[in-house]
Design a protein around this ligand. Structure first.
Ligand SMILES: [Zn+2]
Length: 166
């Protein structure tokens, strides 16, 4: 469900809204449609990126910090989806309007996924630097300032750490 929420956030506001108006107990009714929509968005993004334009990187929304959460907790405490949920919430909290953050956080909670973890940001960030999406001393991360629209951002590791803070 974290990945499904991600697809709505990066590319399809109406998909996000469909997910947001349901919860873990009622989503089953539209699961086939949901899976189809997610795969279709992935297909569109990958096709658009045939020439490595970079759009494919938007699929990484929530994953830079998500991988850090998984890594910090030794890949045992949090599932990949939980890590992605936390990662989407942390990035959105830092870079977007409260309104966007609140919609995302409410949706994440409706699927009993975490919006944060006890670890401090300063403990998680070193694990971002190990992320495979990072090259040299820069780090790429995805921000959805509006639901359904993803932006690829790039910063030095120091800048990124400075923005994310403690
Ligand atoms: Zn993933």
């Amino acid at each position: 469900m974290a990945e499904a929420i991600k697809y709505g956030m990066i590319k399809d506001k109406s998909l996000f809204e469909k997910i947001a108006e349901r919860n873990l107990d009622t989503i089953e009714e539209i699961m086939d449609e949901l899976v189809y929509s997610c795969i279709d968005i992935k297909r569109q993004v990958v096709e658009a990126d045939e020439f490595e334009s970079g759009e494919r990187m938007t699929l990484n929304f929530g994953h830079t910090l998500g991988h850090a959460v998984e890594g910090f907790y030794n890949y045992s405490t949090y599932t990949h989806g939980s890590g992605v949920a936390v990662g989407m919430c942390y990035i959105t909290d830092k870079f977007c309007d409260k309104d966007v953050y609140n919609k995302l956080a409410d949706c994440v909670k409706a699927y009993r996924l975490p919006i944060d973890v006890p670890a401090k940001m300063s403990e998680l960030l070193p694990f971002c630097a190990k992320d495979k999406k990072r090259d040299s001393d820069s780090i790429s991360y995805i921000v959805c300032r509006e639901i359904g629209k993803a932006e690829i951002c790039r910063a030095t590791v120091d800048e990124f750490f400075g923005i994310m803070g403690e």
